[in-house]
Design a binder for this molecule. Structure first.
Ligand code: ADP
Ligand code: ASP
Ligand code: MG
Length: 404
């Protein structure tokens, strides 16, 4: 008998009819002779509308209270799914993250899983229940409810698959798998059959939100292979697993796009050791997440430092930078939104050259200006004007032959 973890995303939970279809699929999987754990997201839009509600009663809600609130979205769908299975003649029980034994640290709204105690789930499975776990949540060792960051039901599924030593972990969503680019942006994008963890991780962390990047990080660290597929189709999806020989032959596997970015430049920073450190330490202490950093060549003893971050982080930054600039005697702070990032990803880049040249050439042909560049071993990312992002994605997708 195999143990299978199946995660169903928000769209798949979108209305009672869909929940019934998910219930049927879970039941069918059990009737094929498997032990089944379902991990469910909140109905699509519910987490966002709970966040909006919170903002209506408080401009700065406490993160503890946000987690109390947000966890209800997944608690609703887990109970509804269990009821739907029972109505179909199956046996099911819903569990909160806490009941499922998911213990996290105290970092509300983006808690990390410290441990999982799966005994309770295992004993229900043993008794023949389908166990439906509310995704995206856990509890601290003091019994406080926490959530795992947006898209966190993916992490619940991967972490449970690891703790339960599941034979299969299936992430079901509203697309057929992981595509060469977001199919909503580039309709010519193709489904990828096989991906290495590292490629999925680079894609997820550079904007391909089909998987939560923290979930992929966990899968890579603990070697939990998984499949991403469509909730309501039985066609094969995308298999994500350890890198295997031959995978490097594909140079560019996919393209990711991240919108809603902003660029900040601090001018005339004294070009001496310690100044960059003071800027970025202050940013880190404020728990702000920044992305690409570029320092210009120094002239007359000063330099300009630029970095990108999401618009959301920029809002949270307030006047922190102005204070830093004053304290270190730099010039001024320039903030610019309307920026986007395009990344090309593939483990084949380790052994093939010319990817950067091809990317830059293709953007030049489209008349698209590159504002910043960043690279890793398996990724090249460019910062461009947000208004050019669709064109850039289409041109790049074609230039690297991803639509063939
Ligand atoms: P779920 O609610 O099931 O977790 P998400 O909305 O989080 O679903 O993720 C699925 C969405 O991810 C798709 O609808 C698609 O628009 C988007 N997406 C972004 N990049 C990609 C990609 N490379 N491949 C497939 N989907 C992608
Ligand atoms: N409901 C949460 C969110 O919208 C978690 C998830 O769907 O994975 O981010
Ligand atoms: Mg998701």
């Amino acid at each position: 008998m195999s143990l299978i973890v199946q995660k169903y995303g928000g769209t798949s939970m979108g209305d009672p009819q869909r929940i019934k279809v998910v219930a049927e699929r879970l039941l069918q999987t059990q009737r094929q002779g498997n032990s089944v754990v379902g991990v469910v997201s909140a109905m699509s839009g519910v987490t966002d509308s709970l966040l909006r509600l919170a903002k209506e009663v408080s401009s700065k809600p406490l993160e503890r209270e946000l987690d109390m609130l947000l966890a209800t979205g997944e608690q609703t769908t887990s109970a509804l799914t269990a009821m739907a299975i029972e109505a179909l003649g199956g046996r099911a029980i819903s569990m909160t993250g806490a009941q499922a034994g998911i213990v996290t640290n105290t970092f509300y709204t983006k808690a990390k899983i410290n441990r999982i105690f799966p005994q309770q789930i295992l004993s229900f499975l043993h008794e023949g229940f389908i166990v439906i776990v509310a995704g995206f949540q856990g509890e601290t060792s003091e019994g406080e409810i926490t959530t795992l960051g947006r898209g966190g039901s993916d992490l619940t599924a991967i972490a449970l698959a690891s703790a339960l030593q599941a034979h299969e972990c299936q992430i079901f969503t509203d697309v057929d798998g992981v595509f060469t680019c977001d199919p909503r942006l580039v309709p010519q994008a193709k489904k990828i059959d096989l991906l290495a963890y590292e490629e999925m991780l680079e894609m997820a962390s550079s904007g391909s939100k089909v998987m939560q990047s923290r979930a992929v990080e966990f899968a890579k660290k603990f070697n939990v292979p998984f499949e991403v597929g469509h909730s309501f189709k039985t066609i094969p999806g995308t298999r994500v697993q350890e890198e295997s020989p031959g995978m490097e032959q594909v140079v560019v596997r996919g393209i990711s796009v991240e919108r809603n970015q902003a660029k900040v430049t601090i001018t005339n920073v004294p070009d001496h050791p310690g100044y960059a450190a003071s800027i970025f330490s202050a940013i880190a202490e404020a728990h702000l997440i920044i992305d690409v950093i570029v320092q210009d060549v120094s002239a007359y003893g000063t330099t300009n430092i630029s970095f990108t971050l999401s618009n959301e982080e920029l809002d949270k930054m307030g006047d922190l930078l102005e204070q830093i600039v004053q304290s270190i005697g730099a010039g001024e702070v320039r903030k610019e939104s309307g920026i986007a990032k395009l990344s090309v990803v593939g483990i084949g880049m380790r052994t093939h050259s010319g990817v950067a040249a091809k990317l830059f050439e293709c953007l030049a042909q489209g008349g698209i200006n590159i504002q910043m560049i960043s690279t890793s071993e398996i990724k090249i990312a460019v910062i461009i004007d947000e208004k050019n992002i669709q064109q850039a994605a289409e041109l790049t997708h074609q230039a690297f032959g991803l639509d063939q």
